[in-house]
Design a protein around this ligand. Structure first.
Ligand SMILES: C[S@@+](CC[C@H](N)C(=O)[O-])C[C@H]1O[C@@H](n2cnc3c(N)ncnc32)[C@H](O)[C@@H]1O
Length: 486
């Protein structure tokens, strides 16, 4: 009897079937990352490097896979609306793995310069490998419909009417959750441009579009440890310590590998710079100021603050920084970031709402609170889909408590710099206003005097500062300076 495995698939006449094409490694890697993000709540930036390694992807192939993953995750809402319009069943009935592959295919067809036949056939191969022949036929039919229109044409067809429902339109056209569009619109309305005539509606479009662009990698030269002229790249617009990397792996820059420089968004550099730069009311005669970073993990701002503390010129007393972080694993990252730095008093693993130091012990306090991160959507492709308005219910009371303890920690005449990488008003103006309303020993300082080079950055409360990706090419960092009066 013939071996059934050998005879299976034989055509009459005995010719063997054509060998089936397998999906290419870049697309297989991309699907693997999308699955990890969906199933394990993985973070792209953490899981992607190891998947690239496993598939042996480097250089252009690695860059292609990174764009496939990040673009697909960012533009998910747009692609889902398009795919839904190409189906004869609800989107929710499509098997999750097939939907991930269809989103990858839609990204190649609508936003990358991949020829249609290559985008379709490679996605069909992927679905056949991952699920089976029936699903591959289904993917083929759907993607053939997707490629009938370009992205702008699809947006016109599937997004709500932009006049009657502008935020609903933006949510689909720019692929953001509707509540995020609403929250960003409210924040922009409280941060009007002073240098350029524009409307909040136009600005919102520009902001949402900027959120969908992969940001260039920004490096910080930690003062006293390396000069920024020694780093590859173009000097940043505002921070005197930053460069925008021209390309390549930042880990291969020797100064970064040695901890003398780091990867840090320019907005975060400006936060540390503002705290270090502000002039203080005279306090008790001290040879050395004490600085506190109350929410230090993973340590980017602590590393810059410690470097700034260690390199003060003779016109100001020297300074040293204590870094506090509640999560032990993040406290370890802070220690690593501070390794070899002068200017650090040490790293303490502790809850910043339960201070282990006497009130009024510090001259300057940085409180960079845990937040929704909706100001850093460019860098975290999946994060917009992970957040919900309910997150604010837990975060806002913690932000208030941390700011209140930060004010307790600073001496009369000292300052607190409150910052978030979110522009959402509940986390910015509302937190600061509520702490100011409950205390009579603190007032708002004016950050436009501390960072005069940063224009068009008026925040929602007088003297506060709000940075924006579309205006400043930074994360949307919010900063408020609180001066302790008594
Ligand atoms: C936005 S991150 C800070 C980023 C940091 N400043 C930097 O530049 O690398 C907020 C940090 O606060 C920490 N955190 C949250 N609750 C805290 C608490 N009660 N006390 C101290 N740290 C806390 C989080 O674990 C997280 O590492």
């Amino acid at each position: 009897m013939a071996d059934p495995r050998q005879s299976r698939g034989r055509r009459p006449g005995g010719r063997p079937p054509r060998a089936r094409k397998s999906a290419d490694p870049s697309r297989r890697a991309a699907l693997e990352v999308l699955t990890a993000v969906r199933v394990d709540d993985a973070y792209t930036n953490l899981v992607l490097p190891s998947v690239l390694r496993t598939h042996g992807l480097t250089g252009r192939d690695a860059a292609f896979t990174t764009e496939l993953v990040s673009g697909t995750l960012r533009r998910r809402a747009t692609y889902d609306a398009v795919i839904a319009a190409c189906l004869d069943r609800p989107l929710a009935k499509v098997q999750a793995k097939v939907l991930d592959a269809l989103r990858l295919g839609a990204h190649q067809l609508l936003s990358m310069r991949v020829p249609s036949h290559a985008a379709i056939s490679s996605t069909v191969d992927l679905v056949r490998d991952a699920v089976g022949q029936g699903a591959a036929g289904f993917a083929n039919a759907v993607l053939r419909r997707v490629c009938e229109e370009d992205l702008a044409g699809w947006v016109r067809r599937v997004a709500p009417d932009p006049v009657r429902d502008p935020h609903g339109f933006s949510a689909v056209a720019h692929s953001h959750p509707r509540w995020v569009v609403d929250a960003l619109g409210e924040a922009l309305a409280r941060s009007p441009r002073t240098e350029v005539a524009t409307t909040t509606a136009d600005e919102l479009q520009a902001l949402l579009a900027a959120d969908n662009e992969a940001p260039a990698v920004c490096l910080v030269a930690r003062p006293g440890r390396v000069d920024r002229a020694e780093l590859p790249g173009t000097p940043t617009l505002f921070s005197p310590y930053g460069v925008v990397l021209d390309g390549g792996d930042p880990g291969e820059v020797p100064a970064v590998a040695q901890g003398r420089a780091g990867v840090q968004d320019e907005g975060s550099q400006l936060v540390a710079l503002a705290l270090a730069r502000v002039g203080l009311e005279p306090g008790p005669e001290v040879a050395e100021e004490r600085w506190l970073d109350l929410c230090a993990g993973p340590g980017g701002k602590s590393a810059l603050l410690a470097a700034l503390a260690a390199t003060r010129d003779g016109s100001a007393p020297g300074a040293r920084l204590l870094s506090v972080e509640r999560q032990p694993h993040r406290a370890r990252l802070v220690r690593r970031a501070l390794d070899g730095a002068d200017g650090s008093l040490g790293v303490v693993t502790a809850d910043g709402t339960q201070p282990a130091w006497p009130a009024g012990s510090f001259d300057r306090v940085q409180v960079d609170v845990p937040c929704t991160g909706l100001g850093a959507l460019r860098r975290r492709p999946e994060s917009r889909w992970r957040r919900s308005p309910e997150d604010l219910e837990a975060l806002v009371p913690l932000q208030r408590a941390l700011l209140d303890r930060a004010v307790d920690a600073v001496r009369p005449g000292g300052v607190v710099l409150y910052s978030t990488c979110s522009p959402v008003l509940a986390e910015t103006a509302d937190v600061v206003s509520s702490v100011l309303a409950e205390r009579d020993d603190v007032r708002l300082g004016d950050l436009s005097l501390v960072l005069p080079e940063v224009t068009d950055a008026a925040g929602p409360l007088p003297g506060t500062m709000q940075l924006w990706p579309h205006r400043h090419r930074t994360d949307a960092m919010f900063m408020a300076l609180l001066e302790r009066t008594s």
